[in-house]
Ligand binder design. Structure first.
Ligand code: GDP
Length: 350
């Protein structure tokens, strides 16, 4: 005898509805159809699928991605970086809102390198960009939190494609400017925006020369109140500094502007710069060839990560690595010989 109560009709109906909803969340054709209609819930579901830890779900995500691929690409992809506190989220909130007022559909994605190390997040807190998240013409997705930086970046790149298929024509990809993640963002965007503070040295802002070289425009943030003068001064200084960098392959001359997210100033100027850049690189063929080069880069990255994953999952490989490392540490082998032995073992197991 069981003392479980038989469910009543309403409960059964609820259960059936839930199952139906669950099934529709896993149906790639249905989700694709909804994404192409601009459904943000379906878009979120698809991103969750491609980020999923369960392989079967990731496979569904990949099917959706393939379905969406012919509908992607029609956007301007903008990378945004700068140290914590420079004003990235305030700028994106103001700029994103401004763009939706111009009729754009804006997606905001993020790559948070901190999540890999600390399992916490510099970028991902939910209180950011409150106004923009409520905007029907905007879509905000926090960073994927699992995996290596390369893995997270790869998922962001796939998310860009899904957002484009859903009709988002302006994609903002944000990252903290403190390490390798800027390079990843640069390699998935058309235009790269570097946010800087006035009055703080480059070293203080942790911005490496290489990052400045990548910038298509430097924006001096918080140019309001007492900060207007130092911001204008910084603008001149950075303009002069940029002259010293080698010319860009696409002939673009990087710009330096000031902006105030608080007072909504400078936003239109920046949008004009980006549009001019987009038109120029579109007509001189660079946008297209750069995107092709980026695709190749990501393909090669994918090969490397898939092969590495396969390698480390080989049966007995961890024990073999330990064993050989011991020999290496007692000086029986050189690093090269040790690597060769491990790879030999891997090939034998395949
Ligand atoms: P993030 O860490 O780069 O995303 O920076 P936030 O957008 O969170 O901004 C950091 C701080 O700078 C916050 O206290 C903001 O209120 C302030 N801030 C951001 N933009 C402006 C601006 O345009 N003017 C002024 N005065 N303060 C700003």
């Amino acid at each position: 005898m069981t003392n479980k109560k038989t469910p009543n009709k309403a409960q059964i109906e609820r259960l059936l509805a839930r199952r139906k909803q669950h099934e529709s969340q896993l149906n790639p054709e249905l989700i694709t159809e909804k994404i192409l209609r601009g459904d943000k819930t379906a878009l979120s579901d698809a991103i969750t699928l491609i980020e999923n830890k369960i392989e079967a779900k990731r496979t569904i995500g990949q099917t959706i991605l393939s379905n969406c691929l012919p509908h992607s690409g029609k956007s301007i992809r903008i990378g945004i970086t700068g140290v914590p506190g420079v004003g990235k989220s305030s700028f994106i909130e103001a700029f994103g809102t401004h763009l939706t007022e111009q009729g754009c559909k804006v997606a905001v994605l993020a790559i948070d390198p901190s999540s890999e190390i600390s399992k916490g997040s510099i970028l991902g807190d939910k209180t950011r960009m409150i106004e923009l998240s409520a905007n029907p013409n905007a879509f905000i997705r926090p960073t994927a939190t699992s995996g290596s930086l390369g893995g997270v970046a790869h998922k962001t790149r796939e998310t860009i494609l899904l957002c484009e298929a859903a009709g988002f024509d302006t994609i903002l990809v944000e990252t903290v400017g403190v390490g390798q993640s800027e390079t990843e963002v640069h390699s998935m965007t058309d235009f790269f925006l570097l946010l800087m503070l006035a009055g703080a040295g480059d070293e203080l802002q942790g911005i490496k020369r290489g990052i400045m070289e990548m910038a298509d425009t430097i924006l001096i943030t918080k140019a309001d109140g007492k900060n207007v003068k130092p911001a204008n001064l910084a603008r001149t200084e950075y303009k002069n500094a940029l002259h010293l960098f080698p010319a860009k392959e696409n002939n673009w001359i990087p710009k330096v502007e000031t902006v105030s997210a608080m007072e909504n100033r400078g936003l239109d100027k920046i949008w004009k710069i980006i549009k001019t850049y987009d038109q120029m690189t579109h007509s001189n063929g660079w946008k297209d060839s750069n995107r092709k080069a980026q695709q190749e880069y990501w393909m090669k990255e994918s090969i490397q990560s898939q092969i590495l994953e396969e390698f480390y999952q080989t049966k007995g490989i961890q024990d073999k690595i330990k064993e050989i490392t011991n020999d290496l540490n007692v000086g029986k082998l050189t690093s090269y010989q040790a690597a060769e032995l491990i790879i030999k073992y891997y090939k034998k197991q395949k």
